[in-house]
Design a protein. Sequence first.
Length: 83
Amino acid sequence: MVPLTALQPGQTGLIHQLRGGHRFVSRLAALGFTPGAPVMVTRNHGIGPLIVAVRETQVALGRGEASHVLVYLEDDDAAVSQG
């Protein structure tokens, strides 16, 4: 499990958990960031916002926000289900 900021462009992860207050979690859930949803990073330059695709929508997240979204990498998910 890694923060969304750790993914490189083109990598996909499955949302595991949103860490933050009720307002933050509710806002991201309304945008489609729910546990089990796949999220693909389309832009991550290491500084500035990340652009991600979730539920057929592109969303820009600040790095602070993205660091509070914990995901399983798709390869990690297969390992978790087998082990």
